[in-house]
Design a protein around this ligand. Structure first.
Ligand code: GDP
Ligand code: MG
Ligand code: ZN
Length: 314
């Protein structure tokens, strides 16, 4: 399943060709009712990245008609959750192996708070995240490494790359090849350039249309999967920002910062918010320099945001 518009889905077949297919009647009714098919653990709504079975037969005019007959259970998904609405979850991409969050070391300047937001979204979806720091030719490896040290310390794999001098590209190719990755990050950081450099033959537009223009066109639903030469896919997610923090529970936020997890059971109060309470193991770790203050500030900011969204009832 590569992309979908208004009920018609572009499906990549095993032989490498692709066809347009719509949902079989029974599946479609299940989808509209928001109920699972009778035979069990089927996903409710078809999404980009889903693995499907296709049935093909000649239509009334003799042309072959392809129909999606069944959906394979997903191994993972990136979803935008919307509490308060029944069946409000919208799956942006199904069957992802990882999220690649791309920033540039300069031009544009990286915003750690934005990076933290992307990482929280990945964590809340139980997806492995990798950070790609591109344009290292503009700053030098050592200052790039210093700026992203908090993330290496938190346990995230960080790749330092440049399409100008080729650094880090082989290593990055090795972790993208054969996997399904969501590619995200601000515009202008070099996402398209990187993918084109890693996979000659892929022709993503460089310096392309801004996200807002894309949004106005409504040509694709959410995301688009690009098959990679040699195997694997990259999903061009129109900024994970669209996925947003909706539906992440306030209590869940601290767990979305991996380096806070070892301290979460050590606080004096079981319902500690890790913001102001005495005897907070998280804040003590920040004071000792074991946890980055900037990351803790991001935690506090995102938690506040979710708490006030929750109290306003969305
Ligand atoms: N100096 C430098 N410029 C780069 C690098 N990668 C991409 N660029 C430039 O950054 C601009 C934006 O690249 P693009 O791939 O369109 O970014 P995207 O919006 O994230 O897809 C283009 O002018 C690229 O040539 C890099 O490693 N070093
Ligand atoms: Mg691009
Ligand atoms: Zn605490």
């Amino acid at each position: 399943m590569l992309t979908g518009t208004g009920g018609v889905w572009r499906v990549l077949l095993e032989d490498g060709s692709s066809v347009d297919a719509s949902m079989r009647g029974r599946l479609k009714r299940d989808e509209e009712r928001g109920t699972a098919a009778k035979d069990g653990a089927k996903p409710l709504k078809l999404a980009v990245g889903d693995v499907v079975d296709i049935e093909s037969e000649p239509g009334p005019d003799g042309l072959i008609v392809h129909a999606i007959a069944s959906i394979t259970p997903r191994r993972s998904q990136l979803a935008r959750r919307a509490p308060g609405r029944a069946f409000g979850e919208r799956v942006v991409v199904a069957n992802l192996d990882q999220v690649l969050v791309v920033f540039a070391v300069a031009n544009p300047e990286p915003h750690p708070k934005m990076l933290d937001r992307f990482l929280v979204i990945a964590e809340a979806n139980d997806l492995a995240a990798r950070i790609v720091v591109n344009k290292c030719d503009l700053a030098g490896q050592s200052s790039a490494r210093a700026r992203f040290a908090d993330y290496e310390k938190a346990g995230y794999p960080v790749h330092y790359t440049s399409i100008k001098d080729g650094s880090g590209l082989e290593e990055l190719r090795a972790v993208v090849q054969g996997r399904v990755s969501a590619l995200t990050g601000p515009s202008g950081v070099g996402k398209s350039s990187l993918m084109n450099a890693l996979f000659p033959g892929l022709t993503l537009r460089v310096g392309a249309i801004s996200d807002s223009v894309n949004k106005g066109r409504h040509t694709t639903v959410g995301a688009l999967l690009h098959p990679l030469p040699g195997g694997g896919f990259v999903a061009d997610t129109p900024g994970l920002r669209e996925v947003g923090l909706w539906g992440i529970e306030v209590r869940e936020v601290a767990h979305c910062f991996p380096e806070l997890r070892p301290f979460l059971d050590g606080c004096r109060f079981a319902d500690c918010t890790h913001l102001v309470e005495p005897g907070c193991a998280v804040r003590e770790a920040v004071e000792r320099g074991e946890v980055s203050r900037s990351r803790w500030e991001s935690y506090a900011k995102l938690r506040d945001e979710l708490a006030s969204a929750a109290s306003s009832g969305w």
